[in-house]
Design a protein. Structure first.
Length: 290
């Protein structure tokens, strides 16, 4: 019966007719295009096989599987990605961009509670995150006016919080009066006052961070009353008291730092510190990263 013949009348006799059924089964479709989709060629032995997934390139033969492992090793050696290291040579924006590439995920809620003019984020696409900028005295439109010791965020609502209070203490000098809103905030305070600001700010950060959230703390060691003040160690102790895990510690070196004198002393008694630190603490203690 040709394709253009009259349709078969549906009767009991026709339904059970062997001739009709036989002719329908004999007609075989062209499966060449389907075969091309189902089978792939093993990259090692050249044999066609049905892959277990779309990316499988080798058959199940043991020698071919070894070839697959060898290829992965070659790809790993040829990978161009530069690993993130703990030492960053550059500016604050270089440091933050590097750390963000390692620790932030698109969609994270990120709060910078000492935003100032926003220099930290010059090389980061903040639109990829739910970005919250605040400062005690905002310098730019859209920045929330808030004391980092009393933030307007709910408990456990932030994924990562960046904390960089002015850490230069200058009693009697007024070195910060024209920088970082120093005249109205931290100018003329002592080293002990600076450390109390860190403690209060980190305590408040611990409140607004979610369980497993990150606190990024910028700091720098200094001298006070002719004694070395290892601020990054003191801040580490504060984080331990809050139950935080020290996930990472970055060292920022600015090779373009201006030349400085020995200060008010006739001869230099201590090495000048041309580096600063960025601690990465996590709330809730240690847990394996996923």
């Amino acid at each position: 019966m040709s394709v253009t013949s009259k349709p078969v009348v549906t009767s009991p006799a026709n339904v059970t007719s062997k001739s009709v059924v036989t002719r329908r089964r004999v007609a075989k479709p062209d499966l060449s295009h389907v075969t091309n989709d189902l089978f792939v060629t093993c990259k090692r032995c050249g044999r066609a096989f049905v892959p277990g997934n779309g990316s499988q390139r080798y058959c199940t033969d043991s020698s071919c599987r070894q070839g697959r492992a060898a290829e992965r090793k070659r790809q790993s050696r040829n990978r161009k990605t530069v690993p993130v290291t703990t030492v960053i040579d550059g500016k604050n924006e270089d440091l933050i961009a590097t750390v963000a590439s390692l620790y932030l995920v698109d969609g994270d809620t990120v709060a910078d509670v000492t935003y100032s003019s926003g220099r930290f984020w010059r090389k980061v696409k903040t639109e990829n995150y739910r970005f919250l900028a605040s400062d005690m005295i905002p310098m730019r439109p859209g920045v929330i006016a808030a004391d980092f010791r009393h933030l307007p965020y709910r408990d456990g609502s932030v994924d990562a919080l960046v904390f960089d209070p002015p850490y230069i203490h200058s009693p009697g000098k007024g070195m910060l009066k024209d920088r970082y809103n120093g005249r109205a905030t931290t100018d003329m305070i002592t080293y002990a006052d600076i450390m109390r600001l860190y403690e209060d700010g980190m305590t408040e950060a611990n409140r607004v961070l979610r369980d497993g959230g990150q606190l990024w703390v910028k700091c720098k060691d200094s001298l006070a009353s002719e004694k070395q003040r290892w601020s990054h160690i003191t801040i580490f102790g504060m984080a331990q008291e809050l139950g935080m895990y020290p996930r990472d510690l970055f060292l920022l070196i600015d090779a373009t730092s201006p030349t400085v004198t020995t200060g008010r002393w006739a001869r230099q008694l201590h090495a000048r510190k041309v580096h600063s630190y960025l601690w990465i603490f996590e709330t809730g203690g240690y847990r394996r990263r996923t």
